[in-house]
Design a binder for this molecule. Structure first.
Ligand code: ARG
Length: 573
Protein backbone atom coordinates (compact mmCIF):
# COMPACT_ATOMS: atom_id res chain seq x y z
CA UNK A 1 0.00 0.00 0.00
CA UNK A 2 1.38 3.43 -0.81
CA UNK A 3 1.91 5.50 2.29
CA UNK A 4 1.65 9.21 2.80
CA UNK A 5 4.54 11.36 3.94
CA UNK A 6 2.82 11.92 7.26
CA UNK A 7 2.21 8.27 7.95
CA UNK A 8 5.83 7.41 7.07
CA UNK A 9 7.12 9.88 9.65
CA UNK A 10 4.60 8.79 12.22
CA UNK A 11 5.61 5.15 11.72
CA UNK A 12 9.30 6.04 12.05
CA UNK A 13 8.65 7.93 15.29
CA UNK A 14 6.58 5.06 16.66
CA UNK A 15 9.29 2.59 15.78
CA UNK A 16 11.93 4.68 17.53
CA UNK A 17 9.76 4.95 20.62
CA UNK A 18 8.95 1.26 20.56
CA UNK A 19 12.55 0.14 20.36
CA UNK A 20 13.54 2.53 23.16
CA UNK A 21 10.72 1.10 25.28
CA UNK A 22 11.22 -2.50 24.19
CA UNK A 23 7.68 -2.95 22.87
CA UNK A 24 6.04 -3.51 19.49
CA UNK A 25 5.71 -0.48 17.20
CA UNK A 26 2.13 -1.46 16.43
CA UNK A 27 1.25 -0.92 20.11
CA UNK A 28 2.66 2.59 20.06
CA UNK A 29 1.48 3.92 16.73
CA UNK A 30 -2.06 4.71 17.81
CA UNK A 31 -0.66 6.72 20.72
CA UNK A 32 1.33 9.02 18.46
CA UNK A 33 -0.85 12.07 17.99
CA UNK A 34 -0.44 15.35 16.12
CA UNK A 35 1.36 17.83 18.37
CA UNK A 36 0.18 21.32 19.13
CA UNK A 37 1.61 23.43 16.33
CA UNK A 38 3.94 25.38 18.64
CA UNK A 39 5.53 22.17 19.92
CA UNK A 40 6.21 20.25 16.75
CA UNK A 41 4.39 17.81 14.53
CA UNK A 42 4.00 14.59 16.49
CA UNK A 43 3.50 13.95 20.14
CA UNK A 44 3.63 10.97 22.44
CA UNK A 45 2.22 11.20 25.97
CA UNK A 46 4.11 9.29 28.65
CA UNK A 47 1.39 9.21 31.34
CA UNK A 48 0.45 5.57 30.72
CA UNK A 49 4.06 4.50 31.42
CA UNK A 50 4.32 6.17 34.82
CA UNK A 51 2.91 3.32 36.87
CA UNK A 52 5.09 0.56 35.42
CA UNK A 53 8.26 2.67 35.43
CA UNK A 54 7.52 4.20 38.83
CA UNK A 55 8.68 7.57 37.53
CA UNK A 56 7.06 10.91 36.92
CA UNK A 57 5.92 11.40 33.29
CA UNK A 58 8.22 14.41 32.66
CA UNK A 59 11.20 12.32 33.77
CA UNK A 60 10.22 9.51 31.44
CA UNK A 61 9.72 11.97 28.58
CA UNK A 62 13.15 13.49 29.16
CA UNK A 63 14.91 10.13 29.25
CA UNK A 64 13.11 8.91 26.16
CA UNK A 65 13.88 12.07 24.21
CA UNK A 66 17.56 11.76 25.06
CA UNK A 67 17.66 8.15 23.95
CA UNK A 68 15.80 8.61 20.71
CA UNK A 69 17.36 9.35 17.39
CA UNK A 70 15.20 9.12 14.27
CA UNK A 71 16.41 10.44 10.92
CA UNK A 72 14.34 13.38 9.72
CA UNK A 73 12.94 14.16 13.16
CA UNK A 74 14.01 16.63 15.78
CA UNK A 75 12.93 15.14 19.11
CA UNK A 76 12.34 17.05 22.34
CA UNK A 77 10.67 16.51 25.67
CA UNK A 78 8.03 19.07 26.62
CA UNK A 79 6.68 18.32 30.07
CA UNK A 80 5.22 14.81 30.01
CA UNK A 81 5.30 14.65 26.18
CA UNK A 82 7.91 13.47 23.75
CA UNK A 83 7.49 15.68 20.72
CA UNK A 84 8.93 15.39 17.26
CA UNK A 85 9.27 18.01 14.59
CA UNK A 86 9.83 17.21 10.94
CA UNK A 87 13.19 18.57 9.80
CA UNK A 88 12.47 21.00 6.99
CA UNK A 89 14.84 18.97 4.82
CA UNK A 90 13.92 16.50 3.41
CA UNK A 91 10.34 16.76 4.70
CA UNK A 92 9.39 19.80 2.62
CA UNK A 93 10.43 18.33 -0.70
CA UNK A 94 8.83 15.01 0.16
CA UNK A 95 5.46 16.68 0.66
CA UNK A 96 5.71 18.93 -2.39
CA UNK A 97 6.90 16.09 -4.61
CA UNK A 98 4.16 13.76 -3.40
CA UNK A 99 1.48 16.32 -4.23
CA UNK A 100 2.94 17.45 -7.53
CA UNK A 101 3.68 13.94 -8.75
CA UNK A 102 0.17 12.76 -7.93
CA UNK A 103 -1.43 15.86 -9.49
CA UNK A 104 -5.17 15.36 -9.91
CA UNK A 105 -5.01 12.13 -7.90
CA UNK A 106 -3.33 13.72 -4.84
CA UNK A 107 -5.04 12.60 -1.67
CA UNK A 108 -6.08 9.32 -3.21
CA UNK A 109 -4.45 5.92 -2.96
CA UNK A 110 -5.24 3.51 -5.74
CA UNK A 111 -4.07 0.57 -3.62
CA UNK A 112 -6.14 1.18 -0.50
CA UNK A 113 -9.39 -0.29 -1.79
CA UNK A 114 -8.09 -2.52 -4.53
CA UNK A 115 -10.40 -5.46 -5.11
CA UNK A 116 -13.13 -4.11 -2.85
CA UNK A 117 -16.55 -2.92 -3.88
CA UNK A 118 -18.70 -0.32 -2.23
CA UNK A 119 -22.33 0.15 -3.21
CA UNK A 120 -23.57 3.70 -2.68
CA UNK A 121 -27.28 4.39 -2.80
CA UNK A 122 -27.63 8.13 -3.23
CA UNK A 123 -29.82 10.88 -4.64
CA UNK A 124 -32.73 8.44 -5.13
CA UNK A 125 -35.49 10.99 -5.74
CA UNK A 126 -39.10 10.05 -6.19
CA UNK A 127 -40.51 10.21 -9.64
CA UNK A 128 -43.19 12.80 -10.27
CA UNK A 129 -42.84 14.13 -6.75
CA UNK A 130 -41.20 17.37 -5.71
CA UNK A 131 -37.54 17.04 -4.77
CA UNK A 132 -37.13 17.71 -1.07
CA UNK A 133 -34.14 19.27 0.70
CA UNK A 134 -33.02 15.78 1.61
CA UNK A 135 -32.53 14.89 -2.04
CA UNK A 136 -30.20 17.84 -2.35
CA UNK A 137 -28.08 16.67 0.53
CA UNK A 138 -27.96 13.03 -0.49
CA UNK A 139 -26.98 14.06 -4.00
CA UNK A 140 -24.02 16.18 -2.88
CA UNK A 141 -22.93 13.88 -0.08
CA UNK A 142 -23.31 10.71 -2.11
CA UNK A 143 -21.45 12.15 -5.08
CA UNK A 144 -18.57 13.21 -2.86
CA UNK A 145 -18.41 9.90 -0.98
CA UNK A 146 -18.40 8.08 -4.31
CA UNK A 147 -15.53 10.29 -5.53
CA UNK A 148 -13.57 9.66 -2.35
CA UNK A 149 -13.96 5.88 -2.50
CA UNK A 150 -13.03 5.87 -6.15
CA UNK A 151 -9.90 7.90 -5.33
CA UNK A 152 -9.05 5.27 -2.75
CA UNK A 153 -9.12 2.55 -5.36
CA UNK A 154 -12.47 1.01 -4.51
CA UNK A 155 -14.83 -0.21 -7.17
CA UNK A 156 -17.82 2.07 -6.72
CA UNK A 157 -21.32 1.01 -7.70
CA UNK A 158 -23.35 4.18 -7.36
CA UNK A 159 -27.05 3.49 -7.48
CA UNK A 160 -29.75 6.05 -8.01
CA UNK A 161 -32.59 4.10 -6.45
CA UNK A 162 -35.54 5.96 -7.85
CA UNK A 163 -38.77 6.02 -5.94
CA UNK A 164 -40.60 4.80 -8.99
CA UNK A 165 -43.16 2.49 -7.44
CA UNK A 166 -45.97 3.10 -5.04
CA UNK A 167 -49.24 4.85 -4.51
CA UNK A 168 -47.91 8.21 -5.67
CA UNK A 169 -48.18 6.98 -9.24
CA UNK A 170 -51.81 6.32 -8.64
CA UNK A 171 -52.08 9.93 -7.51
CA UNK A 172 -50.28 11.26 -10.55
CA UNK A 173 -52.33 9.06 -12.85
CA UNK A 174 -55.77 9.92 -11.49
CA UNK A 175 -54.63 13.51 -11.07
CA UNK A 176 -53.48 13.59 -14.68
CA UNK A 177 -56.91 12.52 -15.87
CA UNK A 178 -58.38 15.56 -14.13
CA UNK A 179 -55.75 18.27 -14.26
CA UNK A 180 -53.18 17.02 -16.72
CA UNK A 181 -52.41 18.45 -20.11
CA UNK A 182 -51.68 15.44 -22.35
CA UNK A 183 -49.43 17.64 -24.48
CA UNK A 184 -47.22 18.20 -21.44
CA UNK A 185 -46.74 14.60 -20.37
CA UNK A 186 -43.04 15.11 -21.21
CA UNK A 187 -42.68 17.98 -18.77
CA UNK A 188 -41.42 16.99 -15.34
CA UNK A 189 -42.51 20.28 -13.78
CA UNK A 190 -46.03 19.68 -14.99
CA UNK A 191 -46.13 16.20 -13.46
CA UNK A 192 -45.00 17.60 -10.15
CA UNK A 193 -47.78 20.22 -10.28
CA UNK A 194 -50.30 17.49 -10.97
CA UNK A 195 -48.97 15.41 -8.13
CA UNK A 196 -49.13 18.27 -5.66
CA UNK A 197 -52.75 19.02 -6.57
CA UNK A 198 -53.81 15.39 -6.52
CA UNK A 199 -52.09 14.78 -3.22
CA UNK A 200 -53.92 17.70 -1.60
CA UNK A 201 -57.24 16.49 -2.89
CA UNK A 202 -56.66 12.92 -1.71
CA UNK A 203 -56.10 14.21 1.80
CA UNK A 204 -59.66 15.48 2.06
CA UNK A 205 -61.48 13.25 -0.39
CA UNK A 206 -61.30 9.54 0.50
CA UNK A 207 -62.95 8.44 -2.76
CA UNK A 208 -60.20 10.15 -4.74
CA UNK A 209 -57.55 8.56 -2.56
CA UNK A 210 -59.16 5.18 -3.12
CA UNK A 211 -58.98 5.70 -6.87
CA UNK A 212 -55.26 6.33 -6.57
CA UNK A 213 -54.77 3.18 -4.51
CA UNK A 214 -56.72 1.25 -7.04
CA UNK A 215 -54.47 2.50 -9.81
CA UNK A 216 -51.40 1.32 -7.93
CA UNK A 217 -53.03 -2.06 -7.30
CA UNK A 218 -53.54 -2.34 -11.03
CA UNK A 219 -49.86 -1.57 -11.56
CA UNK A 220 -48.84 -4.26 -9.13
CA UNK A 221 -51.19 -6.71 -10.82
CA UNK A 222 -49.43 -6.03 -14.12
CA UNK A 223 -52.26 -4.15 -15.84
CA UNK A 224 -50.75 -3.16 -19.21
CA UNK A 225 -52.59 0.11 -19.55
CA UNK A 226 -51.71 1.31 -16.08
CA UNK A 227 -48.08 0.31 -16.60
CA UNK A 228 -47.92 2.15 -19.90
CA UNK A 229 -48.96 5.41 -18.30
CA UNK A 230 -46.60 4.83 -15.37
CA UNK A 231 -43.77 4.23 -17.78
CA UNK A 232 -44.41 7.53 -19.54
CA UNK A 233 -44.30 9.42 -16.24
CA UNK A 234 -41.13 7.58 -15.32
CA UNK A 235 -39.37 8.37 -18.59
CA UNK A 236 -40.28 12.04 -18.31
CA UNK A 237 -38.89 12.23 -14.80
CA UNK A 238 -35.69 10.40 -15.63
CA UNK A 239 -35.05 12.73 -18.54
CA UNK A 240 -35.51 15.69 -16.23
CA UNK A 241 -33.27 14.25 -13.52
CA UNK A 242 -30.56 13.45 -16.03
CA UNK A 243 -30.31 17.10 -17.02
CA UNK A 244 -29.72 18.06 -13.42
CA UNK A 245 -27.11 15.36 -12.89
CA UNK A 246 -25.31 16.43 -16.05
CA UNK A 247 -25.17 19.94 -14.68
CA UNK A 248 -23.62 18.62 -11.49
CA UNK A 249 -21.17 16.33 -13.27
CA UNK A 250 -22.71 13.25 -11.71
CA UNK A 251 -22.83 9.92 -13.48
CA UNK A 252 -24.43 6.98 -11.77
CA UNK A 253 -23.25 3.48 -12.46
CA UNK A 254 -26.90 2.47 -12.16
CA UNK A 255 -30.20 4.28 -12.40
CA UNK A 256 -32.75 1.78 -11.25
CA UNK A 257 -35.68 2.03 -8.94
CA UNK A 258 -37.97 0.34 -6.56
CA UNK A 259 -39.96 -0.98 -9.52
CA UNK A 260 -37.07 -3.33 -10.29
CA UNK A 261 -38.30 -5.49 -7.43
CA UNK A 262 -41.81 -5.78 -8.68
CA UNK A 263 -42.65 -9.47 -8.84
CA UNK A 264 -39.53 -10.42 -6.90
CA UNK A 265 -40.82 -9.72 -3.44
CA UNK A 266 -42.69 -12.95 -2.89
CA UNK A 267 -39.35 -14.74 -2.68
CA UNK A 268 -38.19 -12.36 0.05
CA UNK A 269 -41.46 -12.67 1.90
CA UNK A 270 -41.25 -16.44 1.71
CA UNK A 271 -37.73 -16.43 3.15
CA UNK A 272 -38.79 -14.38 6.06
CA UNK A 273 -42.28 -15.72 6.67
CA UNK A 274 -41.01 -18.62 8.80
CA UNK A 275 -38.84 -16.52 11.09
CA UNK A 276 -39.85 -15.75 14.64
CA UNK A 277 -41.60 -12.46 15.00
CA UNK A 278 -43.21 -12.61 11.60
CA UNK A 279 -46.94 -12.78 11.75
CA UNK A 280 -50.16 -11.84 10.12
CA UNK A 281 -52.07 -9.04 11.66
CA UNK A 282 -55.44 -8.00 10.28
CA UNK A 283 -54.57 -9.56 6.98
CA UNK A 284 -51.23 -7.78 6.70
CA UNK A 285 -47.83 -9.38 7.08
CA UNK A 286 -45.63 -7.80 9.68
CA UNK A 287 -42.23 -8.40 11.24
CA UNK A 288 -42.28 -7.76 14.93
CA UNK A 289 -38.62 -7.93 15.89
CA UNK A 290 -38.35 -9.46 19.34
CA UNK A 291 -35.59 -7.19 20.57
CA UNK A 292 -37.01 -3.96 19.26
CA UNK A 293 -39.51 -3.41 21.99
CA UNK A 294 -40.50 0.17 21.58
CA UNK A 295 -40.44 0.16 17.85
CA UNK A 296 -43.41 -0.32 15.60
CA UNK A 297 -43.33 -3.56 13.61
CA UNK A 298 -42.23 -3.49 9.98
CA UNK A 299 -45.01 -3.85 7.50
CA UNK A 300 -44.06 -6.16 4.60
CA UNK A 301 -47.41 -6.58 2.93
CA UNK A 302 -50.63 -4.67 3.37
CA UNK A 303 -53.94 -6.40 3.80
CA UNK A 304 -54.75 -5.62 0.17
CA UNK A 305 -51.64 -7.53 -0.87
CA UNK A 306 -49.59 -4.52 -1.97
CA UNK A 307 -45.97 -4.32 -0.94
CA UNK A 308 -44.12 -1.54 0.79
CA UNK A 309 -40.96 0.51 0.84
CA UNK A 310 -39.36 -1.83 3.40
CA UNK A 311 -40.20 -4.96 1.42
CA UNK A 312 -38.58 -3.47 -1.63
CA UNK A 313 -35.48 -2.43 0.33
CA UNK A 314 -35.06 -6.01 1.59
CA UNK A 315 -35.26 -7.32 -1.96
CA UNK A 316 -32.92 -4.59 -3.20
CA UNK A 317 -30.32 -5.30 -0.50
CA UNK A 318 -30.20 -8.98 -1.46
CA UNK A 319 -30.05 -8.15 -5.13
CA UNK A 320 -27.14 -5.77 -4.56
CA UNK A 321 -25.25 -8.36 -2.61
CA UNK A 322 -25.78 -10.98 -5.28
CA UNK A 323 -24.72 -8.67 -8.08
CA UNK A 324 -21.79 -6.88 -6.47
CA UNK A 325 -20.50 -8.98 -3.57
CA UNK A 326 -19.93 -5.72 -1.75
CA UNK A 327 -17.58 -4.99 1.11
CA UNK A 328 -19.83 -2.11 2.12
CA UNK A 329 -23.29 -1.06 1.09
CA UNK A 330 -24.02 2.57 1.93
CA UNK A 331 -27.39 4.27 2.04
CA UNK A 332 -26.98 8.04 1.93
CA UNK A 333 -30.42 8.93 3.20
CA UNK A 334 -31.88 11.49 5.63
CA UNK A 335 -31.74 10.88 9.36
CA UNK A 336 -35.56 10.77 9.30
CA UNK A 337 -35.32 7.28 7.89
CA UNK A 338 -33.09 5.92 10.65
CA UNK A 339 -35.79 3.64 12.02
CA UNK A 340 -36.52 2.26 8.57
CA UNK A 341 -32.91 1.31 7.95
CA UNK A 342 -32.36 -0.06 11.43
CA UNK A 343 -35.30 -2.34 10.88
CA UNK A 344 -34.34 -3.34 7.36
CA UNK A 345 -30.80 -4.23 8.45
CA UNK A 346 -32.05 -6.18 11.46
CA UNK A 347 -34.53 -8.05 9.36
CA UNK A 348 -31.75 -8.98 6.94
CA UNK A 349 -29.82 -10.36 9.88
CA UNK A 350 -32.88 -12.23 11.07
CA UNK A 351 -33.10 -13.71 7.59
CA UNK A 352 -29.61 -15.09 8.15
CA UNK A 353 -27.67 -12.74 5.87
CA UNK A 354 -24.16 -12.51 7.30
CA UNK A 355 -23.46 -9.45 5.18
CA UNK A 356 -26.21 -7.43 6.89
CA UNK A 357 -23.46 -5.84 9.03
CA UNK A 358 -21.87 -4.40 5.92
CA UNK A 359 -24.90 -2.22 5.31
CA UNK A 360 -24.59 1.31 6.65
CA UNK A 361 -27.12 4.09 6.85
CA UNK A 362 -25.10 7.24 6.16
CA UNK A 363 -27.59 9.58 7.74
CA UNK A 364 -27.70 13.36 7.49
CA UNK A 365 -29.57 16.25 9.05
CA UNK A 366 -31.92 18.82 7.64
CA UNK A 367 -31.51 22.05 5.76
CA UNK A 368 -33.67 24.79 7.20
CA UNK A 369 -34.83 27.83 5.34
CA UNK A 370 -34.06 26.74 1.84
CA UNK A 371 -36.45 28.29 -0.60
CA UNK A 372 -35.98 29.86 -3.99
CA UNK A 373 -37.57 32.84 -5.65
CA UNK A 374 -39.91 30.35 -7.27
CA UNK A 375 -41.29 29.32 -3.93
CA UNK A 376 -41.15 27.01 -0.99
CA UNK A 377 -41.14 23.70 -2.85
CA UNK A 378 -37.47 23.18 -3.38
CA UNK A 379 -36.48 21.96 -6.81
CA UNK A 380 -32.80 21.25 -7.17
CA UNK A 381 -32.80 22.74 -10.63
CA UNK A 382 -34.28 25.99 -9.31
CA UNK A 383 -31.67 26.12 -6.57
CA UNK A 384 -28.90 25.72 -9.12
CA UNK A 385 -30.52 28.31 -11.37
CA UNK A 386 -30.79 30.85 -8.62
CA UNK A 387 -27.22 30.21 -7.51
CA UNK A 388 -26.07 30.73 -11.06
CA UNK A 389 -28.04 33.96 -11.35
CA UNK A 390 -26.57 35.31 -8.15
CA UNK A 391 -23.07 34.24 -9.19
CA UNK A 392 -23.56 35.90 -12.57
CA UNK A 393 -24.32 39.21 -10.88
CA UNK A 394 -21.06 38.98 -8.91
CA UNK A 395 -19.07 37.97 -11.96
CA UNK A 396 -20.43 40.99 -13.81
CA UNK A 397 -19.69 43.30 -10.92
CA UNK A 398 -16.11 42.02 -10.59
CA UNK A 399 -15.58 42.17 -14.33
CA UNK A 400 -16.70 45.78 -14.44
CA UNK A 401 -14.41 46.64 -11.56
CA UNK A 402 -11.52 45.01 -13.43
CA UNK A 403 -11.03 42.38 -10.75
CA UNK A 404 -11.96 39.43 -12.90
CA UNK A 405 -11.22 38.28 -16.44
CA UNK A 406 -13.16 35.63 -18.24
CA UNK A 407 -14.15 34.95 -21.82
CA UNK A 408 -17.14 32.87 -20.79
CA UNK A 409 -19.02 34.57 -17.95
CA UNK A 410 -22.03 32.29 -18.38
CA UNK A 411 -20.01 29.13 -17.86
CA UNK A 412 -18.14 30.71 -14.97
CA UNK A 413 -21.40 31.69 -13.27
CA UNK A 414 -22.66 28.13 -13.63
CA UNK A 415 -19.43 26.77 -12.09
CA UNK A 416 -19.49 29.25 -9.22
CA UNK A 417 -23.18 28.66 -8.57
CA UNK A 418 -22.65 24.92 -8.34
CA UNK A 419 -19.57 25.40 -6.16
CA UNK A 420 -21.55 27.66 -3.84
CA UNK A 421 -24.39 25.21 -3.25
CA UNK A 422 -22.18 22.14 -3.07
CA UNK A 423 -19.71 23.63 -0.61
CA UNK A 424 -22.48 25.31 1.37
CA UNK A 425 -23.78 21.83 2.00
CA UNK A 426 -20.62 19.76 2.31
CA UNK A 427 -18.84 21.99 4.80
CA UNK A 428 -21.40 21.01 7.44
CA UNK A 429 -20.93 17.80 9.36
CA UNK A 430 -23.46 15.55 7.75
CA UNK A 431 -25.30 14.69 10.97
CA UNK A 432 -26.04 18.31 11.85
CA UNK A 433 -28.96 20.42 10.69
CA UNK A 434 -28.08 23.75 9.18
CA UNK A 435 -29.80 26.90 8.04
CA UNK A 436 -29.37 27.83 4.44
CA UNK A 437 -28.52 31.43 3.64
CA UNK A 438 -28.26 32.61 0.05
CA UNK A 439 -26.03 35.60 0.76
CA UNK A 440 -23.63 33.48 2.72
CA UNK A 441 -23.19 30.58 0.28
CA UNK A 442 -22.61 32.68 -2.84
CA UNK A 443 -20.23 35.10 -1.17
CA UNK A 444 -16.68 35.24 -2.51
CA UNK A 445 -15.41 35.60 1.04
CA UNK A 446 -15.65 33.49 4.13
CA UNK A 447 -16.10 29.74 4.33
CA UNK A 448 -17.60 29.33 0.90
CA UNK A 449 -17.21 27.45 -2.35
CA UNK A 450 -16.61 30.59 -4.41
CA UNK A 451 -13.87 31.64 -1.97
CA UNK A 452 -12.07 28.32 -2.49
CA UNK A 453 -12.57 28.47 -6.23
CA UNK A 454 -11.09 31.94 -6.11
CA UNK A 455 -8.16 30.76 -3.98
CA UNK A 456 -7.47 28.12 -6.60
CA UNK A 457 -7.74 30.56 -9.54
CA UNK A 458 -5.50 33.01 -7.73
CA UNK A 459 -2.69 30.52 -7.21
CA UNK A 460 -3.03 29.43 -10.85
CA UNK A 461 -2.53 33.06 -11.75
CA UNK A 462 0.54 33.43 -9.53
CA UNK A 463 2.04 30.38 -11.24
CA UNK A 464 1.20 31.80 -14.65
CA UNK A 465 2.93 35.05 -13.79
CA UNK A 466 5.96 33.16 -12.58
CA UNK A 467 6.27 31.32 -15.86
CA UNK A 468 4.87 28.05 -14.55
CA UNK A 469 6.02 25.60 -11.93
CA UNK A 470 9.65 24.53 -12.07
CA UNK A 471 10.69 20.89 -12.47
CA UNK A 472 13.56 21.26 -10.02
CA UNK A 473 13.93 23.51 -7.03
CA UNK A 474 15.71 23.70 -3.69
CA UNK A 475 13.18 23.03 -0.94
CA UNK A 476 15.65 24.04 1.78
CA UNK A 477 14.99 27.67 0.81
CA UNK A 478 11.41 27.45 2.09
CA UNK A 479 12.16 28.55 5.61
CA UNK A 480 9.46 31.13 6.35
CA UNK A 481 7.01 30.00 9.03
CA UNK A 482 4.17 30.76 6.59
CA UNK A 483 5.77 28.46 4.07
CA UNK A 484 6.24 25.64 6.53
CA UNK A 485 2.66 26.07 7.75
CA UNK A 486 1.38 25.75 4.18
CA UNK A 487 3.49 22.65 3.58
CA UNK A 488 1.86 21.05 6.61
CA UNK A 489 -1.65 21.75 5.36
CA UNK A 490 -0.77 20.32 1.96
CA UNK A 491 0.62 17.26 3.72
CA UNK A 492 -2.71 16.48 5.39
CA UNK A 493 -4.86 15.74 2.34
CA UNK A 494 -4.18 11.96 2.11
CA UNK A 495 -4.94 11.48 5.84
CA UNK A 496 -8.06 13.59 5.63
CA UNK A 497 -9.36 11.74 2.59
CA UNK A 498 -8.87 8.43 4.35
CA UNK A 499 -10.67 9.69 7.47
CA UNK A 500 -13.47 11.12 5.35
CA UNK A 501 -13.96 7.71 3.74
CA UNK A 502 -13.95 5.89 7.06
CA UNK A 503 -16.44 8.30 8.61
CA UNK A 504 -18.42 9.01 5.42
CA UNK A 505 -17.71 12.64 6.23
CA UNK A 506 -17.00 14.96 3.29
CA UNK A 507 -16.90 17.95 5.65
CA UNK A 508 -13.41 16.85 6.71
CA UNK A 509 -12.15 17.47 3.18
CA UNK A 510 -14.10 20.74 3.00
CA UNK A 511 -12.48 21.97 6.20
CA UNK A 512 -8.98 21.04 5.15
CA UNK A 513 -9.42 23.04 1.95
CA UNK A 514 -10.39 26.07 4.03
CA UNK A 515 -7.21 25.57 6.06
CA UNK A 516 -5.09 25.35 2.90
CA UNK A 517 -6.70 28.51 1.54
CA UNK A 518 -6.16 30.32 4.84
CA UNK A 519 -2.48 29.33 4.94
CA UNK A 520 -2.08 30.53 1.36
CA UNK A 521 -3.77 33.78 2.17
CA UNK A 522 -1.43 34.45 5.11
CA UNK A 523 1.48 33.78 2.78
CA UNK A 524 0.20 36.30 0.23
CA UNK A 525 -0.42 38.88 2.93
CA UNK A 526 3.17 38.54 4.03
CA UNK A 527 4.35 38.98 0.45
CA UNK A 528 2.23 42.09 0.09
CA UNK A 529 3.86 43.55 3.17
CA UNK A 530 7.44 42.65 2.28
CA UNK A 531 8.50 42.39 -1.34
CA UNK A 532 11.23 39.85 -0.67
CA UNK A 533 8.62 37.50 0.73
CA UNK A 534 6.54 37.37 -2.42
CA UNK A 535 6.16 34.12 -4.26
CA UNK A 536 7.35 35.72 -7.49
CA UNK A 537 10.27 37.38 -5.75
CA UNK A 538 12.50 39.45 -8.01
CA UNK A 539 16.21 38.94 -8.44
CA UNK A 540 16.45 35.52 -6.83
CA UNK A 541 15.63 32.75 -9.29
CA UNK A 542 16.38 29.89 -6.93
CA UNK A 543 14.08 31.25 -4.26
CA UNK A 544 11.34 32.02 -6.75
CA UNK A 545 11.52 28.46 -8.10
CA UNK A 546 11.18 26.98 -4.64
CA UNK A 547 8.21 29.22 -3.89
CA UNK A 548 6.55 28.40 -7.17
CA UNK A 549 6.93 24.70 -6.41
CA UNK A 550 5.17 25.28 -3.11
CA UNK A 551 2.43 27.30 -4.84
CA UNK A 552 2.06 24.48 -7.34
CA UNK A 553 1.60 21.90 -4.59
CA UNK A 554 -1.04 24.15 -3.02
CA UNK A 555 -2.79 24.43 -6.37
CA UNK A 556 -2.78 20.64 -6.73
CA UNK A 557 -4.23 20.23 -3.23
CA UNK A 558 -7.04 22.71 -3.81
CA UNK A 559 -7.87 21.32 -7.25
CA UNK A 560 -7.85 17.72 -6.15
CA UNK A 561 -9.85 18.42 -2.98
CA UNK A 562 -12.46 20.53 -4.78
CA UNK A 563 -12.83 17.85 -7.43
CA UNK A 564 -13.47 15.27 -4.72
CA UNK A 565 -16.23 17.51 -3.43
CA UNK A 566 -17.72 17.68 -6.92
CA UNK A 567 -16.83 21.36 -7.30
CA UNK A 568 -15.51 22.77 -10.59
CA UNK A 569 -12.13 24.52 -10.57
CA UNK A 570 -12.15 27.35 -13.11
CA UNK A 571 -8.66 28.71 -13.81
CA UNK A 572 -9.78 32.30 -14.23
CA UNK A 573 -11.95 34.04 -11.77
N1 ARG B 1 -36.80 7.59 -2.50
C1 ARG B 1 -36.58 7.68 -1.10
C2 ARG B 1 -37.01 9.07 -0.61
O1 ARG B 1 -37.07 9.96 -1.38
C3 ARG B 1 -35.16 7.48 -0.71
C4 ARG B 1 -34.62 6.13 -1.07
C5 ARG B 1 -33.38 5.82 -0.31
N2 ARG B 1 -32.83 4.55 -0.60
C6 ARG B 1 -33.32 3.39 -0.16
N3 ARG B 1 -32.72 2.29 -0.51
N4 ARG B 1 -34.36 3.34 0.60
O2 ARG B 1 -37.25 9.25 0.56
Amino acid sequence: MSTSVYSRYRAAFAEGLASALGVQAADIEAQVKPAEAAHGDLSFATFPLAKAQKKAPPVIAKELAEKLSVPGLEIKAVGPYVNARFNAVPFTSEVLDAARKAGATYGGDADAGRGKTVVIDYSSPNIAKPIGFHHIRTTFLGHCIANIYRALGWRVEGINYLGDWGKQFGLVAVGFQEYGDPARIDDMGHLVEVYVRANKRAETEPAFDEKARDFFRRMEAGDAEALKLWNQFRETSIRGFKQIYARMGIEFEHIEGESRYQGKMDAVIEQIAKKPGVKESQGALIVDLPYAENEPPILLKKNDGSTLYATRDLAAAEDRHTRFQFEKSLYVVAQDQALHFRQVFRTLKEMGQPWADKCVHVAFGRIHGMSTRKGQVVQLNDVLDEAKERAAAKVKENQEAGRLQTDDPDKLAEQIGLGAIAFGDLKHKRATDYTFDWDEVVSFEGHTGPYLQYAHARVVNVLRKGGGAPATYDASLLTLPEEQALVREIMRLPEVVRDAAEQYEPSLVARLLLDVAAALSRYYTLGNQERDKRINVEGNDALRSARLALADAARVTLASGLTLLGIPTPENM
